[in-house]
Design a protein around this ligand. Structure first.
Ligand SMILES: [Zn+2]
Length: 843
């Protein structure tokens, strides 16, 4: 049991290094900054709901000014957000945003933790959030984090007393934090956790308030602040050459997929934290009354005596002069009984020893990935850039029997390299985010291993152990095995060393719509995880569907190479939906995963294994018209979806729109938030309305209300006021108001059943007021709220039709929701039935 504990704590340490992408190479001033942090024994926990909620100014202040261990607990990984830099959405976006948080913490000096809660989308009220999240589970994780981290102070980003005033996830994060503050020290609560940790009572809990809570800066100035601690977070750190707010902006700018790139800022700036529970600290010192010196720990005073003296007399020119004292302190620290502080401070002290000695240790794999059962080779590099007596006694890898015992003195500035070749054990876990390994619910991930809960990443598969003797004292240093290579246009690149399956498969199109009974060719891509892979692949399919051939043999010579095979898929005659999933057989093993890689400059490359599958939908859908012009806004996949049901979609550059240029199209569709992001559109509205007047159909999807109001007044040819009205419950009941309207009759009859199976939400930013020219077609509302009629509005204009809809077609079409397709086909066909009627009359 003891051995297991040592290994796990070492993994925490290596994970910190893993996301750093490139290894840190601190200057002696930065090393001094780390020494100051080593000599502060206090902990702060910051709590909010999403990646990017966190106040990086305060986290950086706690970490770099107070010198406290500072942890940000984000309830979720932000799966429900938008992505401004790539196509990752849902769980893949959660992986990207996790890495962005780690990159932010690497900047501001904090650490990162999570609960199992999933960011399932916008929620209006914490009651709804806590029901969907499974409050007991998420509260357990907050308690677990408090017991593991043992914070002295907790700071909530959001106010637990104002439900309904912000995202339900936000308020819930504060509600859970306050509840956990009261129960984390009670051994009867979540007693099962105490097999791995101990109860803990934080001393204080605060709410990180701000002027916007009070409406204006002026109003906030008048507020009685006797219950608040005020902190100047604009402080300057000469040893880092940076102001706290500069660091905060750099950290915040890591949230690139959310568009948080920021200018850096300097100068005095105040933050206020309001005391919720615990005693009011004096002198605006959040750690007032808490012993944050080495004497806090039994046996720590002797360690402190050495380390405070090193801090006082720090030799910036030759930090290696302190090695003897640091190693002596390390030896004393190992005798400290308090496991929490011993583990934590040993890791910090190890790093300090390496940095003071200019001791560089690295373990890099010869290849980017390996498969279980295959051979791998790891190179160990060790270099001592000091005059201290350092011996590399042995090197090894966690869980691997092969090792090497060089027992070599590391002479000043002479590099040593050693290799270990080994067979990757057949039982080695694949490299993939642990929280995605098992299917979760709408509200939470499934994580069965208690020790993984809270961790930002999956621990690296292999840890290298450098057994050193420094000035006669044995110190084992652990490093994750990495892969590094050079790219001509990028320089040196570091990646995690990945363990991957022998073969993975992929169907590019995640949803295949069969609008007729015609057979479709479906390409399955197969990627080899090692050299010389051969086997066969079958395509599992739902009942009533047909797939030929039943099996396809394949062989791939090169690791990493991808080939493509083709199956013919035939749908049944009537409506049906299900999944097709490729299964590869190699020898007596089967493989059913897709490998997704996420690769951006600001985060380390991520390998994610997901079930390999695609949704197939046979829908009986009628349509009218052929050619659609699409004006892209903030980005959506609606054009691809419309092509799946047989439309020809032409993407139009708004700058190219001229009088008459749209006449050849059956309809013009404007993508989501186009009026918010495409400036040119405001000049093109008269041309678009002219197109409608002459008989065209114009469909505008949702735009956000705030920015629109400032920039445009002519979103529609008639009065139309956008609002913040939204219906977030995807199952909210829908009433058809305009039962005779063409939009619910032609060419597809729409019934309430067509609103079954929608995902995430009904829609957002519905208009709240509109001219009498519009007909509201539908009515819906969230539980406990009034019904809104603005989700789908249609108005005749001249010879044509204008439609405004806040319904979330951009979410429903890409996942193959039949009813949403039928309704969209009807919008595109509006007016075409009148033409038919007329011609019937004439005929
Ligand atoms: Zn948020």
């Amino acid at each position: 049991m003891k051995y297991v504990w040592v290994t796990l704590s070492a993994i925490v340490f290596s994970v910190t290094l893993l996301h750093a992408q490139k290894p840190d190479k601190p200057t002696s001033a930065e090393t001094y900054h780390e020494l100051q942090k080593l000599n502060f024994l206090g902990t702060a926990l910051y709590v909010a709901a999403h990646p990017d909620d966190e106040n990086t100014s305060l986290i950086s202040y706690m970490s770099n000014h107070e010198k406290a261990r500072t942890v940000y607990l984000s309830m979720t990984r932000g799966d429900g957000g938008q992505n401004l830099i790539g196509s990752e959405l849902r769980e893949l976006l959660g992986v990207l945003r996790t890495e962005e948080l780690l990159a932010a913490r690497h900047m501001d000096g904090g650490e990162q933790r999570f609960t199992r809660a999933n960011d399932f989308g916008f929620s209006k009220h914490p009651n709804e959030t806590l029901k969907i999240w499974d409050k007991e589970k998420v509260l357990a994780d907050v308690v677990w984090t408090i017991r593991k981290i043992k914070p002295d102070v907790i700071v909530n980003r959001f106010d637990h007393r104002t439900p309904g005033s912000t995202h339900g996830h936000h308020t819930s994060s504060a509600v859970l934090s306050v509840e956990a503050f009261d129960i984390a020290n009670n051994p009867e609560v979540y007693a099962e956790q105490l097999e791995y940790t101990t109860p803990w009572q934080p001393k204080r809990i605060f709410y990180n308030t701000s002027w916007w809570q009070y409406g204006s800066q002026e109003a906030f100035e008048k507020v009685d602040k006797s219950g608040m601690v005020s902190l100047d977070v604009g402080t300057y750190y000469p040893e880092l050459g940076l102001s706290n707010n500069e660091i905060a902006a750099m950290a915040r700018s890591q949230h690139l997929c959310q568009g948080f790139g920021r200018l850096t800022d300097r100068g005095s700036s105040m933050e206020y934290i309001e005391l919720l529970k615990g005693d009011m600290p004096k002198n605006n010192d959040v750690f007032d009354g808490i012993n944050t010196t080495w004497s806090r720990v039994k046996g720590g005073a002797a360690v402190g005596e050495i380390l405070y003296a090193v801090e006082k007399n720090f030799n910036f020119r030759n930090p290696e002069k302190h090695l003897t004292e640091l190693v002596k302190a390390y030896q004393l620290l190992q005798k400290v009984e308090d496991e929490h502080w011993r583990t934590l401070k040993s890791e910090e002290l190890q790093t300090l020893i390496l940095n003071c000695a200019g001791l560089y240790l690295e373990a890099s794999s010869a290849e980017a990935s390996a498969t279980p059962g295959s051979m791998a080779k790891v190179n160990f590099e060790a270099i001592n850039r000091s005059a201290n007596a350092i011996t590399l006694k042995s090197i090894s890898l966690s869980g691997i029997s092969e090792n090497s015992t060089p027992d070599q003195v590391l002479a000043d500035n002479i590099k040593s390299n050693f290799d270990i070749s080994f067979t990757v054990p057949a039982t080695t876990n694949y490299t993939s985010p642990y929280w995605l390994n098992d299917p979760g619910t709408l509200g939470t991930y499934t994580v069965n291993d208690q020790m993984l809960i809270g961790k930002p990443e999956t621990p690296s598969a292999f840890t290298a152990i450098f057994a050193l003797e420094i000035n006669g004292v044995a110190i084992n240093i652990e490093k994750p095995v990495i892969y590094r290579y050079s790219k001509p246009d990028k320089g040196e690149v570091y990646e995690p060393f990945a363990i991957l399956p022998e073969a993975t498969s992929k169907i590019d199109e995640k949803v295949l719509i069969f609008a007729s009974a015609d057979t479709k060719d479906v390409q399955v891509k197969i990627r080899a995880g090692k050299n010389d892979v051969s086997g066969n692949v079958v395509l599992n399919h739902p009942e009533g569907w047909m797939v030929t051939p039943s099996s396809i043999p394949f062989s791939i010579a090169q690791k990493g190479e991808e080939i493509s095979v083709s199956f013919k898929v035939s749908p049944p005659q009537s409506g049906s939906e299900g999944k097709i999933s490729p299964v590869i057989t190699i020898g007596n093993k089967t493989y059913d995963k897709e490998l997704v890689e996420i690769n951006y400059d600001h985060i380390p490359k991520q390998s994610i294994l997901l079930p390999s599958e695609a949704k197939v939908v046979r829908m009986n859908i009628q349509k009218s018209g052929e050619h659609i012009a699409y004006i892209m806004g903030a980005g959506d996949n609606v054009p691809e979806s419309l092509e799946q049901i047989g439309y020809q979609v032409h993407l139009i550059d708004p700058n190219d729109i001229q009088i008459g240029s749209l006449d050849k199209y059956d309809a013009v569709v404007v993508g989501i938030r186009a009026y918010n992001v495409v400036d040119a559109l405001k000049f093109k509205q008269p041309i678009l309305f002219d197109y409608v007047e002459k008989g065209g159909t114009m469909i505008v999807q949702y735009n956000t209300a705030g920015r629109w109001a400032r920039q445009f007044e002519n979103i529609a040819p008639y009065d139309l006021t956008l609002s913040n009205d939204r219906v977030t419950d995807e199952n909210a009941k829908v009433n058809i108001l305009a039962k005779n309207n063409s939009l619910v009759n032609f060419p597809n009859a729409i019934t309430e059943k067509d609103f079954d199976g929608w995902v995430q939400e009904r829609g957002l930013y519905f208009p709240s007021e509109w001219s009498a020219d519009f007909t509201p077609v539908l009515e819906m509302g969230d539980e406990g709220e009034s019904q809104t009629q603005g989700s789908l509005l249609v108005a005749p204009y001249g010879e044509g039709h204008y439609i405004y809809t806040g319904l979330s077609f951009f979410r429903e079409l890409p996942v193959g929701v039949s009813g949403a397709y039928k309704l969209f086909a009807n919008m595109l066909s509006v007016g075409k039935d009148e033409v038919k009627k007329e011609s019937n009359v004439k005929g």
